[in-house]
Ligand binder design. Sequence first.
Ligand SMILES: [Zn+2]
Length: 425
Amino acid sequence: MGDQKVITEVPAALKRLAKYVVRGFYEVEHSLALDLLIRYPCVKEDDLLALLKFEKKQLRAILTSLKLDKIIKSRMRVETGEDGKATRHNYYYINYKLLVDVIKYKLDQVRKKIETDERDSTTRASFKCPVCGSLYSDLEVNHLFDPASGEFHCTYCSAEVEEDASALPKRDARTLLARFNEQIEPIYLLLRETEDVVLPCELLEPEPTEIPELMPSFYQMSSGNMKDRSERWSRSTSSINMYVQDLVVNLQDSNSNTVKSANTSAKECPIWMTQSTVLGASVQPSESNRADNVAETCDLNANTKEPIDDEVIRTLLIHEKKSSAQESTTHSSAHQKESSGSDTSESDEDSKATKSQLVKPPGTPSKQKDAEEDEGDNDPVVMIGGRPHMYSEVSEHPELVSFMTGEEREAYIQIGKLMFHAMYD
Ligand SMILES: [Zn+2]
């Protein structure tokens, strides 16, 4: 512990953790407010107001709810204004140690709740025999199925079993825990990553931060082209402005060629840019030549410092992952239909394959292909917790049934019935 590096800045993983949590569990306005506190360690309420352009009441409500949840802390300071009057000001900041503790505590509570529900539902039977009163869990459903009638019959008295309605509402708990673990995993990874981080007091209880964008001297500091640029940007958006500052500084550092091309791209491009004698440079000017504002922004983004870029992309990815996961679940049911309807195209491909058999190893028997096709026909796709699985896979591993939602289970049973009917008709 003694030879640990002295931390002078809050690690990026902790900042990401804060972003992740606020985006996952709060409104977008909360995220915007917290983003500012991630960027500027300790901000006066008035400054937050000026940067976010929320209504005063709205901002206060957001800050209060974040504070009650212990995501942020606040501190009151009495300041003497120019007129000599003392006024009180609220400052807000993130105490990352408190934040981590709160996240751990809350996740633990949710997990416990789900686990309790799970325990309740697994001990409960989901099928009941109305005649002899035998109880069956859904893991035993496979043994109860009678292919001749397509019904589920009691092992002891052969009466048709009934679904135990009292067990139904809680059955999703198991799927819920799996889904919870899956969704929370990135947060766990970040928690693990930051486990050994010990922040010094000045980072946990930061001093008020001066915000350059809000200082009167900010625009005078920049000059020439840079001034035009930052003013143009600041007029359109205020919160984006904080990135612009880095952007401008960075442009100055990067090679002058790209700066010039970015600055002049909106106007006419000189001939030396479009027909450059420099090897490899011809691509970039021609691109920025037809660049509208959007493309120009992209170009500029490429020049910004990597950590910020990285942070933005990571933040965007948080949403990206979620939506793509949802898409896959909604599409997979369509996939089921597709697989049954694609018989003709498959056989088309099959005939193509036989034509081009010369390419294939001569020993490949065409029977094997037929067998595969048959299997595909008779092995429909069933959903387990929103993910497609082969029917055969589930019948080999009946415990998978327990991860299905009520609807998925219903569909699985229906498919089973249809399959057995098809076999015996
Ligand atoms: Zn019975």
